[in-house]
Each structure stands twice: as C-alpha cells, then as structure tokens.
Design a binder for this molecule. Structure first.
Ligand SMILES: [Zn+2]
Length: 140
C-alpha cells in the first residue's frame, strides 16, 4: 500500500499514548491528538464512553466539545486514536462507518501481540468508506 500521508508524533506524546492504551486493556482505549501542519502538538487521552468498551470506543460528547474547542484555539487538526485489544490495527467495519462521518484521521493501536508493545497504523477513511493508509513518524 502506498503511504499517502505522514503524521509526525513527538516521542514523549507517543509514549503517553502507549501508556494510555495499555492501561485500558482489556478494553479499547481512546483519545484524540491535535496536530498542526502534520506535527502532533497535543494529546487528549479520554475515557471510553462506548456501551461495550471491550468491543468499541467512543469519546463522550463533553470530552469531544472540550477537545474541539481547545484544538480550535491553535487552529489545529484533530486525529482520533483508539486501541484494538485483540485484533489487528486496522479499521473494523464499525470504525469505517463512524470514520466516514467524522472526517478526521484514525490512528489505531493493536495489543494483539501482548506482552510485546502495542503497534500502530494510521488511516484516512473518506465519505465513501475507502481506506487509505498513512505513516506515523516518531520524532524527538
Ligand atoms: Zn476500532
């Protein structure tokens, strides 16, 4: 698959995300990132508001409003991230349905190889449901 876009994540933020999704196990964990020109500048780990958090993840409405407002302050872009405790780091059919409406990139962690550290992949899903993979670059 062609890497069509790159998102750069500072190492310290990536480490926080790894800790957040690991702490959420065996449930899915979720949160958002604020980025500016392809560089992640802020991490917003949140609770998972899904009814069955071992099967899906949703950022609650109050958290979402708070995050959107904050990202607006620096005119950034939102990236949604969540974890798959036992399946691969690829959008599930339900993820695709939600992502079509959201319009922001999806970064997905998989914990399927525990105790190995979680790995991640990032995707853009357009309004037709087409999935395009990008690349995560960890920067100092
Ligand atoms: Zn998912």
């Amino acid at each position: 698959m062609v890497n069509s876009f790159v998102v750069r994540i500072p190492e310290a933020i990536y480490q926080e995300m790894l800790e957040h999704v690991s702490a959420g196990y065996p449930n899915e964990a979720c949160g958002a990132l604020g980025s500016k020109d392809g560089l992640v500048v802020k991490n917003y780990p949140t609770a998972n508001a899904a009814e069955q958090p071992d099967d899906f993840s949703i950022i609650g409405e109050a958290d979402m409003v708070r995050i959107f407002n904050d990202i607006d302050d620096y005119d950034g872009d939102m990236i949604y991230y969540h974890s798959h405790p036992i399946s691969e780091a690829y959008p599930s059919p339900r993820d695709i349905e939600w992502a079509k409406r959201g319009g922001y990139p999806y970064l997905i962690f998989s914990l399927q190889y525990r105790p190995e550290p979680p790995y991640s992949r990032i995707f853009i899903i357009d309004s037709s449901g087409a999935v395009t993979e990008g690349r995560v670059e960890i920067v100092k």
